[in-house]
Design a protein around this ligand. Sequence first.
Ligand code: R5P
Length: 293
Amino acid sequence: MADKEGIKIEKNYHTDVAFKTNGNFHVKGAANLDWGMKKHLTNIFNPKSGNTVMFAFDHGYFMGSVSGLERLDILIPQLIDHVDVLMATRGALRTCVKPNFKKGIALRVSAGSSMINEDLSREIISVNVEEAIRMNADCMAVQTFIGADGQLSSIDNLSRVINEGARYSIPTLGVIAVGKNMERTSQYFKLATRIVAELGAHIVKTYYCDDFEQVVAACPVPIVVAGGKKLAEKEALEMAYKSMQGGACGLDMGRNIFQSHNPAAMADAVGKIVHNKFTDKEAWEFFCEKTKK
Ligand code: R5P
């Protein structure tokens, strides 16, 4: 095993050089996957922009009813047309989303902790791959706690989902979880995202941080950036813009959309940054214009 001193010496991330082995496929690191995997990834990442706006409303799996998500049956129909992918639990999808909707699905398949527990880092796999197929999932989302007490079990969960998904060509989304005492540094995110990608995740969800372009450069699969706790809309759009400038392939945003005073306009504004190269300033003006009406 490489010694710890040796791995501290960083070389060049070549952040100005595009990913080299993409062939003619629009999703990073996916050129060598089979047709089924590519079809699911195309349901997630728009072939024109190469990017995605995922809407995360899976919070109930450990937080119960969250502010803004009290009535999924009312909220979700209002937002479906404004995002590319719904990231949710099977319970939320089955009960509150009409099966005729045409967008991608990122199905939450790990569970087991609740916010009243001290340690959230020990999860189980609660949804198997056959159920993911029945739900028509385009990827399966697994929480991954690198560096936390539950690291080994979450790596076990992630690996089992990747292996099961590989049997039926369903991609896996590795969600980097950051515990209370963990720092949101580029050093940590470089470690965590790379581990999750090397274990075989096809997409990684993580947070924006300083030197984000290095995190992206070192990760051989697409990174989608988590929204995190609610910010003022202007700040959230700035974070979205910086993420895209840093090389993210989209956002996977929850509270910054559903806790906005105008969730649909916020989702649209994020979409302008993600798909239409809007700056944060342009997206903010767009949001203000939309919310005037
Ligand atoms: C993140 O770890 C979980 O997937 C959350 O339930 C959710 O996706 C977070 O979204 P946000 O932080 O943007 O509200």
